[in-house]
Design a protein around this ligand. Structure first.
Ligand SMILES: [Zn+2]
Length: 129
């Protein structure tokens, strides 16, 4: 039965990846917009007397972005999401994960004919979708 569970897990993971929040949430209507109008870096780095950045504080800055909501045209500011991944990256990770799971399934199917049989059932289920 664990092939079925594997299939369900894969499905949930895919849904999660595809429904990851993208962009910046509008303060008025809640719509998320990805397109950044402008970016402004707020530098919190402490400067030494000679004006150069003190290296001990080199990471103390952040980016503020201005966004225009794609739905209601409300203009708002937000702190830039640093580790925002673009859709292509999410898809790539999803694909890699799917490959790993598929490989695991194939390896298991080679050793276990019962497993191979149930795998075909799942494939049938996916194909009919
Ligand atoms: Zn809006």
């Amino acid at each position: 039965m664990d092939i079925i569970i594997g299939g369900i897990v894969l499905l949930i993971v895919s849904i999660l990846i595809l429904s990851m929040p993208k962009g910046y949430k509008c303060s008025k209507c809640g719509t998320r917009t990805q397109k950044i109008q402008s970016t402004k870096t707020i530098d919190l780095t402490k400067q030494k007397k000679d004006g150069s950045n003190d290296r001990r504080y080199k990471d103390k800055y952040y980016d503020r972005v201005t966004i225009e909501c794609k739905k209601c045209k409300n203009v708002f500011e937000a702190v830039k999401i640093k580790k925002e991944k673009d859709a292509a990256e999410w898809h790539k990770e999803g694909d890699e994960l799917a490959d790993k799971i598929a490989k695991h399934m194939r390896d298991k199917a080679k050793k276990n004919p019962e497993y191979a049989k149930s795998m075909k059932e799942v494939q049938k289920f996916i194909d009919e979708e």
